[in-house]
Every structure is written in structure tokens, then in C-alpha cells.
Design a protein around this ligand. Structure first.
Ligand SMILES: [Zn+2]
Ligand SMILES: [Zn+2]
Length: 89
């Protein structure tokens, strides 16, 4: 298993993937790519190095207006509602 890959631990947890499956799992080029994935797919704000926590929340709220609402896809909302959306290509 290539531990240098950027993989999404949330996707792995929700899909129940094992280490043996990890090589087949989509990975990401760098930290920014996976941060963008986590924000857009999992609706979790990720603070970037160049911004404050408050700036991250504001940017995230503007970019992901559904987060925190009835269509929020964060892990907490998914668990409480009992659904899991497919991973994007
Ligand atoms: Zn993911
Ligand atoms: Zn949520």
C-alpha cells in the first residue's frame, strides 16, 4: 500500500475499505486537492495555511451554501439521516 497517496479518510471510513483496497481507491494530487474534495463532497471546512479559522468558515459558507442545511452532506448529517452518497468520479 502506497502511504504517500492523498486519500480521503472519510470516504474510506464510510465505504468500509480495508488496506488491501486502498491501492484501487482514488487519490489526490496534493493537500489542496483533497481539501477541496472534503469541502465540496463532505461539507467540512478545511482551513488553508494562508487564512484564519474565521476566514475559512466565511469562504466555506459562501462556496458550499447547502452545508448545514437540509441537504448537508457532512458525516454527522449523513449518520443521523442514515444515507451515504456515492463518491464522485
Ligand atoms: Zn471523500
Ligand atoms: Zn451536516
Amino acid at each position: 500500500m502506497d502511504t504517500s497517496k492523498w486519500v480521503c479518510t472519510i470516504c474510506i471510513a464510510t465505504k468500509g475499505l480495508r488496506g488491501a483496497d486502498l491501492d484501487a481507491w482514488p487519490d489526490y494530487d496534493d493537500e489542496e486537492a483533497i481539501a477541496a474534495h472534503i469541502e465540496s463532497v463532505h461539507h467540512i471546512p478545511v482551513q488553508r495555511q494562508e487564512e484564519s479559522a474565521a476566514e475559512a468558515i466565511v469562504r466555506f459558507a459562501l462556496a458550499q451554501p447547502e452545508a448545514g442545511g437540509p441537504n448537508c452532506r457532512c458525516p454527522t448529517c449523513q449518520t443521523e439521516r442514515g444515507f451515504c452518497r456515492p463518491h464522485p468520479p
